[in-house]
Design a protein around this ligand. Structure first.
Ligand code: EPU
Length: 345
């Protein structure tokens, strides 16, 4: 079944809490609803939305917002090592994580409490604590709005990268994800290497369950990130930049000139360069907690822009974004790029 609503208020449907509306909102229950939609006749542009947790509406949206209410989780098959679970695109991602952890399956636990829905997770390649959803995506079930048929894409077809996929690039707007088939591990597969995750768990990991790791991740997220039920945000606003060795040396020089020869820069070696945490750079620019209108940089994690007043406007957020980009560029010569997708009015 499809439900249509004109001039719908989207305030409760984007985690930033922007008070915006769209011309037409269409929510559907089943993949079978999709072939009957005449996409050409809908108010343009057409935006498919998940939980609205990685979007910044910069004003009222003139087009159509589509939303999936396809909600199911089922076990497809199991071997001695793996278990294949299919989840509908409209399942809240954390409900899926809770479900798999409850069954003792490994692979999703590090992604606990990431806001959003299953369909969007496969677009954005969400990640946290050393894991990315691509690590457990086996196949993606889609409706192809060009060929007008259902297709099954393999995880490798989707060209996953850091918070990136073909759904955001060459396939943008073409495929509607209806479900995802995940491959989870039946045998222990704890990934505790990121930051202080291991220190939150017992030293003897032999009896650890996915739910134990999930609880530790939830505690970590609570300590660093704003509670979405209290403060609007879209999680990390900026991506962590990857810089060249030459640029990294310049960043080190800036910090050593300021703090002495022993000062270090946190970094992670990547195939394509050196990743430097954007949060660290923003912090070094002394921007933590800074505000523009109702928007502010979260004190405990300055990578996150929050709707501090509850009444922040898109302009407040955009002005704060520009300020951060400018200050970081001025100090370190590095241009930050937003992770959050800007939806134009
Ligand atoms: N840091 C500071 N000052 C701060 C906070 C952090 O200097 O106030 C430095 C520290 O050196 C720290 C480093 O920044 O070690 C990295 O911080 P953190 O471990 O919190 O991770 P992040 O790089 O800021 C990424 C993801 C988060 C994810 C965490 C944990 C991106 C853009 N963000 O943040 O994802 O939860 O790792 O894995 O990759 C999201 O995408 O919405 C999100 C929250």
């Amino acid at each position: 079944m499809i439900r249509k609503e004109y001039s719908k208020d989207l305030s409760a449907m984007n985690t930033f809490g922007m008070k915006v509306s769209c011309s037409l909102y269409m929510d559907y229950d089943a993949p079978e609803d999709l072939p009957g939609i005449d996409f050409q006749s809908l108010p343009a542009p057409v935006l498919h939305m998940g939980g609205g947790s990685n979007l910044l509406f910069t004003g009222d949206f003139p087009g159509t917002v589509l939303h999936s209410s396809i909600r199911y989780i089922k076990e497809l098959s199991r071997t001695d090592d793996s278990c294949f679970i299919e989840a509908g695109a409209g399942i809240v991602f954390d409900d899926f994580v809770r479900w798999t952890c409850g069954k003792g399956l490994w692979g999703a636990e590090n992604l606990s409490l990431i806001p959003g829905e299953v369909g969007a997770s496969a677009v954005q390649n969400i990640g946290a604590y050393g894991a990315e959803v691509k690590d457990i995506i086996d196949r993606v079930l889609c409706f192809d709005t060009v060929d007008k048929e259902f297709k099954v894409l393999s995880g490798s077809d989707c060209e996953y990268g850091y918070r990136d996929s073909a759904f955001k690039g060459k396939w943008k707007g073409r495929f509607i994800i209806t479900g995802v088939i995940f491959k989870l591990s039946v045998v222990p597969w704890a990934r505790l290497g990121y930051g202080n995750l291991a220190s939150m768990l017992p030293a003897d990991t032999s009896t650890l369950s996915p739910s134990d790791v999930r609880e530790a991740v939830i505690a970590l997220r609570h300590s660093k990130l704003p509670d979405p039920s209290e403060t609007g945000s879209a999680g990390s606003f900026f991506k962590n930049p990857v810089v060249s060795a030459g640029r990294f040396a310049k960043i080190e020089k800036v910090v050593r000139d300021e703090q002495g020869p022993d000062a270090t820069v946190p970094h992670y070696l990547q195939d394509d360069g050196i990743k430097v945490p954007a949060a660290w750079m923003i912090d070094r620019c002394a921007l933590k907690g800074i505000s523009v209108g109702g928007a502010a940089l979260y004190e405990r994690q300055p990578l996150v822009i929050v709707n501090r007043s509850g009444n922040a406007s898109p302009e407040d957020i955009l002005a704060l974004e520009r300020l951060v980009i400018e200050k970081v560029k001025e100090k370190f010569g590095v241009e930050l790029h937003p992770e959050v997708e800007h939806i134009k009015s």
